[in-house]
Design a protein around this ligand. Structure first.
Ligand SMILES: N[C@@H](CCC(=O)N[C@@H](CS)C(=O)NCC(=O)O)C(=O)O
Length: 192
């Protein structure tokens, strides 16, 4: 059994929720109030952040990217990384550079000067990538899509960003939302 220390509004936690759902892993969820974090959370992650996962008698594992890779290793089916080493490296590169998208997102959310333009440009870059291939990581759905989609859902559904002008991104999101794991995350976002 896996325990996930979670927060519904957290997009990093969303990554982990989606991977667990894709792999059909049974999970016990402990919702953390980020405004009033329990002191014991620092014993599981020195930064006090979520997500953290823990197996029975296992060490706590923080950091969404580490957790996604751990879950991929622990539950290889269905695979969420391509087989080919170069393709795997490409997915990891996109995940490694997630701040190229998330930094403009947070600047936009904070209403910083010039952030609208910066965030729309980051969205446009995703749109270009998705007009060249069906999924962010290439031919198959996987960890690259899961790494980015939590922010795209929140941008659309919480920040009111219009994605219609970005047809490749819009179609990618529609394809993703056909997946129960992503539809469930869209439901969580809708309830926030
Ligand atoms: N690098 C971390 C970031 C996790 C993160 O920033 N989580 C936020 C919630 S979305 C958090 O716990 N914030 C509390 C804080 O910063 O003190 C990851 O990928 O897991």
């Amino acid at each position: 059994m896996i325990t996930l220390y979670d927060a519904a509004r957290c997009p990093y936690c969303a990554r982990v929720r989606i991977v667990l759902a894709e792999k059909g892993v049974e999970v016990e969820t402990v919702e953390i109030d980020l405004q009033n974090r329990p002191e014991w959370l620092y014993g599981k992650n020195v930064t006090g952040r979520v997500p953290v996962v823990e197996e029975d008698d296992g060490p706590p594992l923080p950091e969404s990217v580490v957790i996604m890779e751990f879950l991929e290793d622990r539950y290889p089916e269905p695979p969420l990384l391509p087989r080919d080493p170069v393709d795997r490296a490409f997915v990891r590169l996109l995940v490694f550079r997630d701040h190229d998208f998330t930094d403009p997102y947070y600047a936009f959310r904070r209403g910083e000067d010039g952030a609208d333009e910066r965030f729309l440009s980051a969205i446009a870059q995703l749109n270009v990538a998705l007009s060249e291939r069906p999924y962010l990581g290439g031919a198959e759905y996987g960890l690259a899509d899961i790494a980015y989609v939590p922010w795209v859902l929140r941008a659309r559904d919480m920040l009111g960003v219009e994605i219609g002008p970005f047809p490749a991104l819009r179609d990618w999101l529609a394809r993703l939302e056909e997946r129960p794991a992503i539809a469930s995350e869209a439901g969580i976002v809708a309830a926030l």
